[in-house]
Design a binder for this molecule. Structure first.
Ligand SMILES: [Zn+2]
Length: 495
């Protein structure tokens, strides 16, 4: 039977990828046979399988499993659930991974994350066949060179998934997509398969956290750090201590927190978590508008679309104390002429803190945020404005604060159509209606240069406008004056 050779190919891949060793061969083949309801396994002679990732090896096994009725409907969602269960057979248990990770960490910190990241890709928890389809480019802006991404690795729901889910009552376990109880969880039509998902324990501020990788990798080694308990996001002094404990433990990674308030926060506010990883972001090279020295901390005001204060010191204790003072000062700060109100019926001021380490130097970027809404801007005054929603409407989280755009998947099909309209000087079709005004402008400025570059740069400049909208002090003469006033008042308090 062909299924025997398919099983053998996958097993040989797992050996070549160091997920298992040759000594595990009989064990994994027996477990796989049992999963696929095969009574006996007939070895097929395949010595070596040379593929980078397992999707082509898994496809025929998933077809077989569906044909014999192991899952239905045959949608991407349900194939993914069963696939995770297959790959779980080739994935070490959580405690084994933790053991290897901490052993490697004592020798070389980077080798520990290399091991865990590689494993998360090889066992197809991170589906590289899908993430490689993401659209990525870089464009120059007045603030530096931005990273632009259109993420296509999240599969879209099939109507059959929704029908399948309709038959089952929803459960509250695990409580959310981040909870540690997702490890090994089979999943369902609305909850992705986590059978092959693994996390590694961390101690931050003497509290238990876990490190995992994002399955959708927005950038290199995109990590998520989640709290053991399912408790809401909340930025406090403890947040700074946790961020610094993390970058001391893994100094080659950055770690940041989204604000704890809606509109200016991330997409999951219900579970305390941070995002980190290993990537050089545009914000790291931002120009400095002014710089102050307060004891052993350098305080910098950045030239950036959002309002960012950078703290630098070799003394982490000093930075933590100062960050806490700045946060408390900002929480109470009102500047009516700039439209900033700390309170109405609820508090509005928040921060997005991001920590990293350059050698011995600790760096903490604090972005000032405000979630006030108005009749004109019901989604947020300091949020992308309606005229920019055709590019980005979602919250501006810490990844975008750093100069990496995560754009909606629809743009991957809309941008080629827009290219045709501009190059061919065509009428704007109805499906591009949301981009109508923008396309008119682009048609006027297009001068037969390379259309791909032209359009990429135009999208980037629109994205810059989206995050400028999220800035509390604007980068114009008036806005910088307000920012300077804030900085002077702040430095007085810090001194
Ligand atoms: Zn949770």
């Amino acid at each position: 039977m062909k299924i025997y050779s398919d099983m053998k190919r996958l097993t040989m891949y797992a050996i070549a990828s160091n997920l298992i060793t040759e000594d595990d061969f009989d064990y994994v083949v027996n477990r796989l046979s049992n999963l696929l309801l095969i009574d006996e396994y007939m070895d097929q002679s395949i010595g070596y399988v040379d593929v980078e990732e397992p999707s082509s090896l898994l496809a025929p096994i998933l077809d077989y499993a569906h044909e014999i009725g192991l899952f239905t409907p045959n949608t991407v969602t349900f194939r993914d659930l069963f696939e995770a269960k297959i790959m779980d057979i080739f994935t070490p248990r959580p405690s084994e991974i933790e053991h290897v990770f901490s052993l490697l960490h004592t020798q070389d910190k980077q080798s520990a994350t290399n091991y865990f990241y590689n494993l998360s890709q090889k066992n197809n928890y991170i589906k590289t066949a899908r993430t490689s389809k993401n659209v990525i480019w870089k464009s120059k802006t007045p603030y530096g060179e931005f990273d632009m991404t259109i993420n296509l690795s999240k599969p879209e729901k099939d109507p059959r998934d929704i029908i399948a889910q309709g038959k089952k009552s929803s459960t509250s376990y695990p409580q959310c997509l981040l909870c540690k109880e997702n490890v090994g969880f089979y999943g369902n039509a609305t909850h992705p398969g986590r059978s092959n998902h693994r996390i590694v324990k961390l101690l931050l501020n003497e509290e238990e956290f876990y490190l995992q990788y994002s399955p959708y990798v927005y950038y290199d080694e995109h990590s998520i750090v989640l709290k053991k308990e399912h408790v809401p996001m909340n930025v406090t002094k403890k947040t700074f201590i946790r961020l610094f404990d993390f970058i001391d433990y893994l100094p080659h990674y950055f770690l940041g927190s989204n604000a704890g308030l809606p509109i200016v926060g991330g997409s999951i506010l219900s579970h305390e978590h941070y995002q980190g990883g290993r990537h050089h972001f545009a914000i790291e090279d931002a120009k400095v508008l002014s710089s102050y020295q307060v004891a052993d901390v350098t305080v910098k005001q950045l030239f950036w679309p959002l309002s960012v204060i950078r703290l630098e010191s070799t003394n982490r204790g000093s930075i933590i104390e100062m960050a806490d003072q700045i946060y408390k000062f900002w929480e109470q700060y009102t500047d009516e002429s700039a439209g900033i109100y700390a309170f109405t019926t609820a508090p509005h001021n928040a921060i997005t803190p991001i920590a990293r380490k350059n050698g011995d130097l600790y760096v903490l970027d604090i972005t000032l945020r405000n979630n006030l809404t108005s009749e004109e801007f019901p989604l947020g005054i300091f949020h992308p404005h309606p005229e920019n929603h055709h590019i980005k409407k979602e919250n501006i989280g810490l990844i975008e604060v750093m100069g990496l755009a995560v754009l909606p998947a629809r743009l991957a099909s809309e941008l080629p159509m827009i290219k045709d309209v501009i190059v061919g000087d065509l009428e704007i079709p109805q499906e591009l209606d949301i981009h109508k005004e923008w396309i008119k402008e682009l048609k006027q400025t297009y001068q037969q240069e390379d259309i791909n570059q032209f359009l990429n740069d135009a999208v980037t400049l629109k994205f810059v406008k989206c995050i400028e909208d999220a800035g509390v002090f604007k980068q114009n003469v008036d806005g910088v004056n307000h920012f300077n006033q804030f900085m002077e008042a702040l430095i007085n308090v810090l001194n």
